[in-house]
Design a protein around this ligand. Structure first.
Ligand SMILES: Cc1cc2nc3c(=O)[nH]c(=O)nc-3n(C[C@H](O)[C@H](O)[C@H](O)COP(=O)(O)OP(=O)(O)OC[C@H]3O[C@@H](n4cnc5c(N)ncnc54)[C@H](O)[C@@H]3O)c2cc1C
Length: 376
């Protein structure tokens, strides 16, 4: 009998953890190497599309996520000045029946913790920053900044938009700074002093927008995220602070709910919005990339993590039952299966018109990573 594969996943973000959970489902034991010393609970929300929820359901996380997340009636799109509804993308039970899974609004930390709960602690090696990767005859050698090393059969680079695995495979290439920034934060809805806001609304301005939604089932916590021009700002970090007074003045004039939410907002983080063009290749021998490492996108469709989570399911299907000599081919099939869809979502997201007017969203939310045909 063939010996079990050993697979290393670099990065314990949404994509890396989802991949670890999905590979364990098909009996593949993995080790996840993460540079951070511990997982931090970042003050951010995350929309979990129906397409991602289909994957998370099979990973056993649906009940937990339903219990911790907000279940919105819709993603509403309004004009900043008049408040007129441009397009109301109905979710709730209608969408759940149509697309086969709920659309949930979560705290990012809750989704990350849910994914981490699907992977045994001992399979996640924190404080392991990858600094070297070499494909040799006896396996793929990994070197870490803490002086340790490992040899495995295959590697999945799930190390995000600044992926070192990608740079090691294909050479470094610059990211595309969009010249725009995002302010974002979560805070207790009690600070609104009883004023009501919509479930989930994107307020469209002329050159900027703000998205506001609840992230807890009892509406106890809200999230806001913006996009506006600021070409000089190039820091892309979950911890860089912003100035809440600058945020308020950037959205002065939006009025109504936006003013209510920004007036009560105690603190914000600030993030440069960036993406990359589609990569020519993701896979080299027994090493492949996944998630933002190979298809980072602007956040305007709220689908970046969903794409990483879909990747995880498809990769697990490609590797199911595969032995060592079939890994490179499985990785090639994975890339071929995912290439067109992720490129389309990257391009659509870049345009920043998603749901601005009546939009056919079926191709995004209706996708099922567990049943989509695999490439030859
Ligand atoms: C403002 C904003 C809002 C967003 N909203 C949504 C949304 O609503 N819905 C949605 O689906 N997506 C959303 N996204 C996109 C989503 O956050 C990303 O697409 C997703 O986090 C990508 O997951 P990943 O695992 O590929 O990368 P990451 O989450 O970036 O994880 C990469 C991991 O790799 C680790 N790492 C990096 N380098 C190394 C190394 N050398 N060695 C070891 N470990 C390493 C990092 O520490 C990190 O833990 C949003 C993004 C932004 C910026």
């Amino acid at each position: 009998m063939a010996r079990p594969l050993t697979i290393a996943i670099v990065g314990a973000g949404m994509g890396g953890l989802a991949t670890a959970a999905a590979l364990r489902r098909v009996g593949i034991e993995v080790t996840v190497y993460e540079q951070a010393a511990q997982f931090a609970r970042i003050g951010a929300g995350i929309q979990i599309g129906c397409n991602a929820m289909k994957v998370l359901r099979k990973l056993g996380l649906e009940a937990r996520l339903r219990a911790q997340s907000f279940y919105p009636r819709s993603w509403n799109n309004r004009d900043w000045r008049t408040g007129d509804v441009k397009f109301d993308m109905i979710f709730g039970e209608t969408a759940e029946q149509k697309f086969g899974a709920p659309y949930l609004l979560a705290h990012r930390g809750d989704l990350h913790a849910a994914l981490a709960s699907a992977v045994p602690d001992e399979r996640i090696k924190l404080s392991h920053k990858l600094v070297g990767l070499d494909q040799a005859d006896d396996g793929v050698r990994l070197a870490f900044a803490n002086g340790t090393s490992a040899v495995v059969d295959a590697v999945v680079g799930a190390d995000g938009v600044h992926s070192v695995v990608r740079d090691m495979l294909f050479g470094a290439s610059p990211v595309n700074f969009t010249g725009r920034i995002a302010y974002r934060t979560t805070y207790p809805a009690a600070l609104l002093g009883g004023q009501k806001i919509d479930d989930c609304t994107k307020w469209w301005g002329e050159d900027r927008h703000i998205v506001i939604y609840y992230v807890k089932p009892d509406r106890s916590e809200i999230y806001l995220v913006t996009s506006q021009p600021e070409p000089e700002f190039r820091i892309e970090s979950w911890s860089a602070k912003g100035d809440v007074r600058e945020l308020r003045s950037a959205f002065a004039g939006f009025g109504g709910q936006v003013e209510t939410v920004l007036s009560a907002c105690p603190d914000v983080h600030k993030w440069a919005i960036l993406d990359r063009d589609q990569l020519v290749r993701w896979t080299e021998g027994n090493v492949t990339l996944l998630g933002d490492a190979c298809h980072p996108m602007t956040p305007y469709m709220a689908q970046g993590a969903a794409m990483a989570i879909e990747d995880a399911a498809v990769l697990s299907r490609c590797l199911d039952g595969v032995e060592l000599d079939g890994v490179a081919d499985a990785f090639r099939r994975f890339e071929a299966t995912r290439r067109d869809r992720t490129a389309r979502v990257q391009q659509t997201s870049r345009a920043n018109i998603w749901l601005k007017q009546k939009t056919d969203a079926d191709w995004v939310y209706g996708y099922d990573a567990w049943t989509v045909p695999l490439a030859a």
